[in-house]
Design a protein around this ligand. Sequence first.
Ligand code: DC
Length: 221
Amino acid sequence: MKKIVIAIDGYSACGKSSTAKQVAARLGYTFIDSGAMYRAVTLFLLNNDVNLEDAEQVENHLDQLEIKFDGDSILLNGDNVDTAIRTKPVNENVSIVSAISSVRRKMVNQQQSIGKDKGVVMDGRDIGTVVFPDAELKVFMTAEMSIRAKRRQKELLEKGIEETLESIERNLEERDEVDSTREDSPLMKADDALEIDTTHITLEEQITQIEQLAKEKINED
Ligand code: DC
């Protein structure tokens, strides 16, 4: 059967990764959370006391880090960092790190190589615009801020991390702003992406909708 690439972009905490993961599982595709890769780079740089404002210093550290996926888990130089990449210091610095061009080049190369044989669902900010501009299915997800913050708070609580709605909203707003206004590959909807507002729909509905769209594309001649 024909394999396709599914690109899911959008703002932080709109449910992109949860949706992409389930869509991939239903289609038997590989799921890649590209945001987790930028988070892993950020964690590495913070752990090594690299000055994030110094793009040259950042670039000089990039060949010391290797990111791999083991199923849905992410490994940084062989260590599982699934929990460490969701902490506050990473949340607060990941947009700064992901605006650095050398970081983006390294991540995009790896993402394109993972998706070269298709059969992949990747979520992020620039997947439909930069990483896979020829993706057969592109989705751009949005949702109202209050819903996004509540969903993120619930997710964090499930991981045992307590944070106020106010602080979550502030972080999401800051990241939206930096992600959408950076010079290199800013977050934007690809012209041929389908926009889905997830404010009033359930996760199950999001998954089913994208699964259906994907099946239509797979069965197209
Ligand atoms: O999806 P997320 O919230 O885990 O992503 C974390 C950050 O990574 C996000 O604020 C911007 C950056 N990012 C990016 O620049 N490009 C991507 N393709 C994915 C994420």
